[in-house]
Design a protein around this ligand. Structure first.
Ligand code: SAM
Length: 388
């Protein structure tokens, strides 16, 4: 028989008709290899134990074992018996049968069994990761790494299923040009609330919106004290129904050195720009979504040892954009703003210089082309648009 062979990175596995393999997730796996290596190296962790809680063919776990140094064991878990048999065969044929330990269990049961025992946990479910988060944040050791994929973008991005989004994530999604970053920030909010429940804090290292999914990587630390800072980094979103201006309402602010609740800047019910009413959504994580120091280290590692990756160029391009992103949450599509004031379309580059000339920051985002992130107040942004 003609058996097709899948080749990714340094690994080859036979294609199987009954085990899930998604070729378009190669980028996700390549990027995760770079994240994993950069993390283990920068945290000086050797003899790491990795748990891939939902492994399917095992390709991801096998690639971690083969392509990342310093790993003692990769537990490749799945609740499908045939997947576990396939993982075993694939690990052996790729000469990592000693490093990859196949495991047949429900992902949550496995993670509770390994509470505080995994250096790294990777969650890659069909759809939403939320049923697994409470177990995952506890399975990761102190100062370990948690990687999470969510593919239910229909729920997370755009407001068509805001009710399902609230049920799954405890947050309302929103129809908005910035929906991809909103999706990331909703999932981060949900991961954070799971972590905080157990006295832990999830520090975002890298948060990506790619194709039809989002992928986030967190360092998990233990700090009951720092869990109290989450409200400072969590906001409701107000989006004007008229001019689409976005205003964030943090759930807490620091005043005179003290965290004050429910006393942040008040958002009037009417838009200050055009007097229309707002849609409200969230809560979302409004703190930083990447750690720039970590991203720089990743760029160094990609150039240094990962030029063989199938998606090498895309990784470099995306990390370059991520490194330039300013921390201000969300973004505007310039052509949408122009059409609201009925102005002819302002070239992105000129709009950017107009903002910078007023002394504010501006950048692109990896999450959406032709949009800008900026920390300019809405009123000054609209002054620029009206004066055009
Ligand atoms: N990580 C794989 C990769 O990179 O190729 C793909 C994983 S696939 C999207 C999801 C897998 O999770 C399936 O193989 C499915 O059997 C498994 N799964 C779903 N729910 C599970 C659960 N509760 N416990 C364990 N495995 C589960």
């Amino acid at each position: 028989d003609d058996i097709r062979v899948i080749s990714e990175g340094m690994v080859k596995i036979p294609q199987s008709t009954n085990i899930f393999y998604n070729p378009t997730q190669e980028f996700n796996r390549d990027m995760s290899i770079v994240v994993l290596h950069t993390f283990l190296k920068s945290e000086s962790k050797s003899d790491a134990t990795i748990l891939e809680a939902m492994s399917a063919s095992g390709i991801r776990a096998i690639r971690y074992a083969k392509e990342v140094p310093g790993i003692a064991k990769v537990i490749a878990n799945d609740y499908s018996e045939s997947a576990v048999e396939t993982i075993k065969k694939n690990a052996e044929s790729n000469q990592v049968g000693d490093l990859v330990q196949p495991s047949f269990a429900d992902a949550s049961c496995k993670m509770y069994e390994l509470r505080n025992a995994a250096t790294v946990v990777d969650i890659d479910p069909y759809g939403t990761p939320t049923p697994f988060l409470d177990a995952a944040v506890q399975c990761v050791q102190e100062d370990g790494l948690l990687m999470v994929t969510a593919t239910d973008m229909a729920v997370l991005a755009g407001g068509n299923h805001a009710d399902s989004c609230f049920a799954k994530y405890g947050s309302m999604s929103l129809k908005s040009k910035a929906c991809h970053e909103i999706a990331l920030r909703i999932v981060i909010h949900t991961v954070q609330s799971s972590a905080n429940r157990y006295g832990r804090v999830a520090i975002p290292l890298l948060s990506l919106s790619v194709d039809f999914y989002v992928r986030m990587c967190f360092k998990i630390i233990r700090s009951p004290k720092k869990t109290k800072q989450s409200a400072l980094n969590t906001s409701m979103i107000y989006q004007c129904t008229g001019c689409k201006s976005i205003t964030l309402q943090p759930l807490a602010v620091v005043k005179k050195g003290h965290t004050t609740f429910a006393q942040g800047p008040l958002v009037s019910r009417k838009c200050e720009i055009c007097d229309a009413v707002h849609h409200v959504a969230g809560p979302i994580w409004s703190g930083p979504i990447h750690n720039k120091d970590f991203v720089s280290k990743m760029i160094h590692e990609v150039n240094d040892r990962y030029s063989y990756l199938g998606t090498y160029e895309r990784i470099k391009g995306m990390l370059g954009l991520v490194q330039e992103e300013i921390d201000s949450p969300l973004y505007y599509e310039v052509s949408e703003l122009c059409s609201i004031v009925k102005a002819s379309s302002i070239p992105l580059i000129q709009f950017r210089s107009a903002i910078m000339n007023l002394g504010y920051q501006v950048s692109l985002t990896h999450a959406e082309p032709n949009t800008i992130k900026t920390n300019i107040p809405n009123s000054s942004l609209w002054d620029i648009l009206r004066a055009w």
